[in-house]
Design a protein around this ligand. Sequence first.
Ligand SMILES: NC(=O)c1ccc[n+]([C@@H]2O[C@H](COP(=O)([O-])OP(=O)(O)OC[C@H]3O[C@@H](n4cnc5c(N)ncnc54)[C@H](O)[C@@H]3O)[C@@H](O)[C@H]2O)c1
Length: 326
Amino acid sequence: MRYLITGGAGFIGSHVCDALLADGHAVYVLDDESTGSRSNLQHLFSNRELRFIAGSIADDAVLSRLVGTVHQVIHLAAAVGVKYILENPLQSILTNVVGTEKVLQACKAFEKPLFLASTSEVYGLQTHAPLRESDYSVIGATSVSRWSYACSKALDEFMALAFHHQGAFPVTIARFFNTVGPRQSPAYGMVMPRLVDQALHNEPMTVYGDGSQTRTFTHVKDCVAAVMGLISHPEAAGEVYNVGGTEEVSILNLAKRVKMITGSRSEIRLIPYADVYNHNFEDMPRRVPDISKLEQAVHFTPKYRLDEIIADVVTDRQRWLKDNES
Ligand SMILES: NC(=O)c1ccc[n+]([C@@H]2O[C@H](COP(=O)([O-])OP(=O)(O)OC[C@H]3O[C@@H](n4cnc5c(N)ncnc54)[C@H](O)[C@@H]3O)[C@@H](O)[C@H]2O)c1
């Protein structure tokens, strides 16, 4: 099969490329390298089944040309990362809403099935755990810019499901929960690579708020296994799935585990949110997925425990720092 991966030069996208090419498929990657980089695909460039196209999902002509020639589209391109969203609020909304609409229109024109990457952020301030796909979104005020990401991704889900229900083309949606692993950049506000870099430099490890907020973390290889399962499972069409890990950890305890695994001399420092993101910021206290729907559909269980995930990120960041800091 031939796939188009929008955002395929990003963190998750590059690992999806690895998996599809390893399975003998052909892959077109469309990426504007705004937060990703073709260097994430460097190791694959000798594979003749990979084509990298530098461009944007905002470009109807490019989308049309590519969607018309593939069997399926995996839409990962998005404005991502709390820091990036807060620094680029308007462009982020346009990329995630208008850009996604263009992808959907191209899929409609050529009747191509679509896999859409959504996010646990759509649950917003919901605190009960575990979160089921049918749970309500509790989104904060529009004056708090952070919620625009949740809203834009929720709108993507609504649009995609509307196309699906009108019979235009089949759509499968996955809500990723904090996916981490090799090739994730710390530059856009992702907590794990940032804490690891601080620990490796023996600098203060900064935990925002009081550190009691909890998350689960998914190894990117587990995430990709779920994606691969869902794209080859026709019954998943029209459905939304949580994709995440189950080991709940507070961010303060995450920092302690990173410090222990790296053997760092860093102090762990609590920083008020207002000092990092100004006063216009809210965080969710808890986010834990119920993954039973995914387990039933594609027999998914996360293979990587948190300490293994941290160890993989440490190895990757050590290599990156060695190559890029001298
Ligand atoms: N990593 C996570 O924890 C996580 C959690 C929830 C959802 N997601 C979703 O997964 C997807 C992939 O995220 P990621 O973590 O790999 O981030 P990423 O930033 O590494 O990947 C996104 C990619 O999209 C590209 N892109 C952005 N705008 C584009 C445009 N207009 N045209 C073409 N390419 C464009 C970027 O350059 C980048 O390569 C996103 O849709 C994101 O919302 C990720």
